[in-house]
Design a protein around this ligand. Sequence first.
Ligand SMILES: Cc1cc2nc3c(=O)[nH]c(=O)nc-3n(C[C@H](O)[C@H](O)[C@H](O)COP(=O)(O)OP(=O)(O)OC[C@H]3O[C@@H](n4cnc5c(N)ncnc54)[C@H](O)[C@@H]3O)c2cc1C
Length: 320
Amino acid sequence: HKRTLLNLSQLATSAEEAAALRYLSSKDGDAIYQTYIVDQRKTIVGLLQDFPSCQKMSLESLFALLPVLPPRYYSVASSPLHQSPSEQETDNTLTIAFSVVDYVTPSLMIAGKEEGKRRVHGVATKYLEAFCASHLAGAPAESFEMTASLPIFPKATADFRLPLDTSVPIILIGPGTGIAPFMGFLADRKGTAGSVDVYFGCRHEDHDWIYADEMKQYQQDGTISKLFTVFSRDNRSLDNKVKYVQDIMRHNEEASQRLRDILLNQKGMVYICGDGTHMGRDVQVAIAEVLGKDLGGAHEGMKAIVEMKASGRFLLDLWG
Ligand SMILES: Cc1cc2nc3c(=O)[nH]c(=O)nc-3n(C[C@H](O)[C@H](O)[C@H](O)COP(=O)(O)OP(=O)(O)OC[C@H]3O[C@@H](n4cnc5c(N)ncnc54)[C@H](O)[C@@H]3O)c2cc1C
């Protein structure tokens, strides 16, 4: 935050460093603030390395500078009503699915020298990964001993819930870890009448489709009426046009027909969950186009989505 930079400038013993920090925190310094602080995911530690004259601060000042670590939210992937088909799960298990944030910051030229390109991990997901290390290494669930505890708290969702009437058809769209809450939904809908269409996508069928067994079983026992999957990095599943879930809607005639029938004729519901930066918007555009085939154009399709949202039939749970 710019406020942190301003506070840090007051602690710098070098006039030059203090001036640079003040500039970074000012409106004039917006552009360099973006490339040097935001894009590089600069932390307090990084700033203290780059501005060493600030290192002489007291412990109290350091604590005052540290940002509050906000909680991270994870969708519960299990249902309190039914056990998942996975044998390892017991009634008192609460399950989440997460993907470890892991990326490299952009290259940055400073005084003719290339900097940046720093590997960054997500704070919570890297910690969770270490927490599950023995499990990930293949140790059986029974031997997964808790070596540390993790404080968690529940946060109820306002409206991202199944309809009380189990005969209402639903369409669940959850690529990547967006599938998490739907695993609980599927457990709840097991043995009920309404149809359930599921759209799922990930990079590789073999290692990213973590709920493959459960979903195939739900397909077999009829809980899932229709399962549409796509694996963006598997050449074998690629026909160039179909890479993401929204491409299935556009290019698979059965998917397109079911979407129109369930939403326009049967007054079913849509749930979209997952990465909100692109997927959420792209899926809505694709649905608008598909509905537009019956309604007289994508514009009318988008109007139908707006109406469904207003009446609680089109629900989003997006993050990122
Ligand atoms: C209601 C809700 C439900 C959620 N459910 C789930 C869930 O079920 N599963 C799940 O995995 N997550 C879920 N999330 C997201 C989750 O809460 C965390 O935000 C996520 O796990 C990252 O946390 P982190 O501490 O590991 O990463 P952080 O340390 O917080 O870093 C994440 C930040 O890094 C930046 N970043 C990430 N990737 C890149 C990149 N490639 N390039 C540049 N910058 C990047 C982004 O600014 C991002 O905000 C949910 C979020 C919400 C709000």
